[in-house]
Design a protein around this ligand. Structure first.
Ligand code: SAM
Ligand code: SF4
Length: 319
């Protein structure tokens, strides 16, 4: 479907849970996370129904996210059913990777086309610290497995955090020299937990270009939020994602559905459209998705003086 600003909206980020097996410091509070009741979270059949309605309004690509999508029961079956929905030609997933080894082959067989792996450091002690307890070996060991499975390019999301991982920029870029990996540096967004962090934690992506010599290359997809670069002799790519500037609002092609059944037309706005009550009727879901697409703002307002950071933590939105 085309929105008011002539953008084709064909991408849905579908959060399948707000729960997580990690507690990344910028994403979730350490404790006191209120657990949603089972009935407050979209059921398996409802998720599939939402995708079917999405396909009807022109959605072609689904990204499953969370929370941690791999802790959702029957996730492989869900991928299979969603992949089989007519009109959906790409099903991808953003994951912290901790459980990926157990599911990789089944997910591929079920129709998963690509994976975005979140990894903010290559050092074990730092990983344990930023994730509040994660074991980096669980993530690193699945990188060759993902490549061998042909789920490529593998995208590795690195949130740049001042005083934490700036000194690892070149190590991350090095991963792209010989392998079909896209390392994507993402600027920390003032959302939920991170909105309470001090300014010195926010590092501009320009830092990457200062540290390593990269060649600019064309985007593969116009609505990709990343500007792409590569090493002179690199096989893979380096993406710089700057969500704070409005530079990619003009090409924004997505809507988000949270695991508690709200449609978010824009990540950086508190506007949410209730979907739960529409779930019994397919046409009602279609209507709500159309309303959400129609109400997509021209651009986010993060840079406005009056802007107030949104209150939902990222695990409850779906990154
Ligand atoms: N648990 C999965 C994972 O970590 O990949 C999926 C959900 S997580 C919310 C999705 C992505 O959002 C991760 O790459 C994470 O680093 C990113 N993220 C979370 N909070 C963020 C923030 N404040 N700014 C930028 N990225 C953030
Ligand atoms: Fe969990 Fe992903 Fe948030 Fe980390 S970034 S706490 S892995 S949802």
């Amino acid at each position: 479907m085309i929105d008011k600003y002539n953008r084709t909206i064909d991408y849905m980020r579908l959060s399948v849970t707000d729960r997580c097996n990690l507690r990344c410091k910028y994403c979730m509070p350490e404790s006191g996370v209120s657990k949603k009741l089972h009935r407050e979270i979209l059921r398996h059949e409802e998720l599939v129904e939402i995708v079917k309605a999405g396909a009807q309004v022109g959605i072609k690509k689904i990204r499953l996210t969370g929370g941690e999508p791999l802790i959702r029961k029957n996730i492989v079956e869900l991928v299979k059913e969603i992949s089989n929905v007519e009109g959906i030609n790409e099903v991808t997933m953003t994951t912290n990777g901790l459980l990926l080894k157990n599911y990789l082959n089944d997910l591929k067989e079920a129709g998963l086309t690509r994976i975005n792996l979140s990894l903010d450091t290559l050092k074990s002690d730092r990983y344990k610290s930023i994730t509040r307890g994660g074991n980096i070996e669980d993530v690193l060991s699945c990188i060759p497995l993902i490549l061998a499975a042909g789920l490529s390019p593998l995208k590795i999301n690195v949130v740049l955090i001042g005083g934490f991982n700036e000194d690892e920029i070149s190590d991350f870029v090095e991963l792209t020299r010989h392998q079909n990996i896209e390392v994507r540096f993402i600027e920390l967004m003032p959302i939920g937990e991170a909105s309470r962090w001090t300014n010195d934690k926010f590092v501009s992506n320009q830092k990457v270009l200062e540290v390593v010599e990269l060649i600019k290359i064309d985007k593969t997809h116009p609505s990709s939020p990343a500007e792409y670069y590569k090493l002179k002799d690199g096989v893979g790519k380096v993406g710089l994602i700057n969500p704070i500037s409005c530079s990619f609002c003009v090409d924004c092609n997505r809507i988000r559905v949270t695991s508690d059944g709200k449609v978010k037309p824009c990540l950086h706005s508190d506007q949410e459209i209730e979907l739960m009550k529409a779930l019994r009727n397919h046409e009602d879901i279609v209507k709500i998705l159309r309303v959400a697409i129609t109400s997509k703002p021209k651009e986010h307002l993060i840079n406005d003086k009056e802007y107030k950071p949104i209150t939902r933590d990222m695990n409850r939105i779906g990154g």
